[in-house]
Design a protein around this ligand. Structure first.
Ligand SMILES: C[S@@+](CC[C@H](N)C(=O)[O-])C[C@H]1O[C@@H](n2cnc3c(N)ncnc32)[C@H](O)[C@@H]1O
Length: 391
């Protein structure tokens, strides 16, 4: 096939078609993700909140924009096929029917991830073993391993999900999870995931016009997410995506989207980050130093209980707090006393500020002395909740 004929086929079968996508979301963030999709400056259709995430339909370049601009999902998958199979011969036939070479570049090393539930074909490794040679043959992949460390070899995750004998075959568009923004190089213990910080800031009503204080900042997740929101910078601006080498994706069009975004950036101002721990401040400084747009973030070592916000700003804004609790406190039994102190401090010195305060989820109602509205989520194997409201 000539290059032009191939390009025409890719256009007809892949890029000009409306495809199905699935934004994988952490529990608690599906509605936020659906709202983000609805507000995206792209042609997105039929947004549906479903278990585990949000389904939407779009052309591939619009789904690339969703990867670039969405702050809340963990990754975005593109559906390639859906079929029923109860025997390996059917599975192999259906997998062979997929035009892999129109979706993925030649030589791609497929990394197959399988999950199965209540299906006749239940053995994940056996399913992956049947899929791998089919994809490798379709893409003329040489004898290379998924773990090959050669950066020139594109590796691509293919997700196979079987439930009640129904198979969904998808490509991971994102690569590393979307909460990896490509900004933080170091973290303090118990860092918050960026998509959770993003969603909490949004729930607290933080906009690009607002002041933000992150008084227990650790490695600075709230401060950095807030700075990106203020800069009107796409959450994915500083990272790469798995879809970039796909034949159906135009590198020029995607580069143009990045350039267009960069032309709209505003200057970061009034973002404040504090931590009592000098080690956290060193880590935060290293994270901030890597990116010029973060230079205006004001960071100082300070105990939250000594923080008087009006010494730093005359405006009221959002205070986002991720305190240590349980075993991360010197005396693990002190969680209640610590939250009581935080409450007193907020009530005394942050009157009129909007708050996003993270709680150990099970203790939310017991510790919610400020009568905040719960925003439940799941993080690091734990049920947590952010309390959202105005002090
Ligand atoms: C759970 S960590 C925050 C993690 C942060 N959100 C991140 O993503 O990296 C809690 C932080 O609160 C800080 N901290 C604890 N007590 C504090 C206090 N009284 N004043 C300021 N910071 C405090 C700790 O040093 C620690 O860095």
């Amino acid at each position: 096939m000539t290059d032009t004929a191939f390009a025409r086929r890719v256009k007809r079968r892949v890029s000009a078609r409306i495809q199905e996508f699935f934004a994988v979301c952490p529990p608690g963030l599906r509605q936020a993700c659906a709202r983000e999709l609805a507000g995206l400056d792209a042609r997105i259709h039929d947004i549906q909140v479903v278990p585990g995430g949000v389904v939407f339909y779009a052309r591939i370049m619009d789904a690339c924009l969703a990867n670039l601009w969405l702050g809340s999902p963990s990754r975005i998958l593109m559906r390639l096929a859906r079929f029923r199979a109860t025997q390996f011969s059917t599975l192999e036939k259906k997998l062979s029917d997929i035009d892999w070479h129109l979706f993925l570049p030649a030589g791609t090393v497929p990394a197959i991830q399988v999950t199965t539930r209540t299906s006749r074909l239940y053995h994940s490794d056996a399913i992956a073993d049947r899929c791998r040679p089919i994809v490798r043959a379709a893409l003329n992949t040489g004898p290379r391993k998924e773990t090959d460390s050669d950066q020139n070899i594109p590796s691509q995750t293919i997700m196979i999900r079987a439930e009640n004998d129904r198979f969904d075959i998808s490509l991971d568009m994102s690569g590393p999870p979307l909460f990896k923004r490509g900004i933080k190089t170091q973290v303090t213990p118990a860092p918050l995931r960026e998509n959770l910080a993003f969603a909490i800031l949004n729930a607290a009503g933080f906009t690009d016009q607002d002041v933000l204080m992150d008084p227990m900042c650790g490695s600075g997740t709230f401060a950095i997410e807030g700075a990106m929101i203020q800069a009107r910078m796409p959450p994915g601006f500083h990272r790469r995506f798995a879809f970039e080498p796909w034949p159906g994706v135009s590198p020029a069009a995607f580069a143009h989207s990045r350039t267009q975004a960069a032309q709209q950036f505003s200057k970061v101002q009034s973002i404040f980050a504090f931590d009592v721990d000098p080690k956290a401040m060193r880590i935060l400084s290293a994270n901030l130093a890597g990116h010029e747009f973060l230079a205006p973030v004001q960071a100082s070592q300070l105990d939250f209980f000594d923080l008087l916000p009006n010494r730093f700003t005359s405006r009221k804004g959002v205070v986002a707090l991720n305190p240590p609790y349980g075993r991360r406190l010197e005396n693990p039994g002190d969680t209640t006393a610590f939250y009581r102190e935080i409450t007193r401090k907020l009530a005394a010195d942050f009157k009129g500020w909007r708050v996003g305060l993270i709680y150990p989820g099970k203790q939310f109602s017991h510790l919610n002395f400020l009568n905040l509205k719960p925003f439940p989520f799941f993080h690091g194997g734990l049920n947590l909740a952010a309390g959202i409201g105005t002090i």
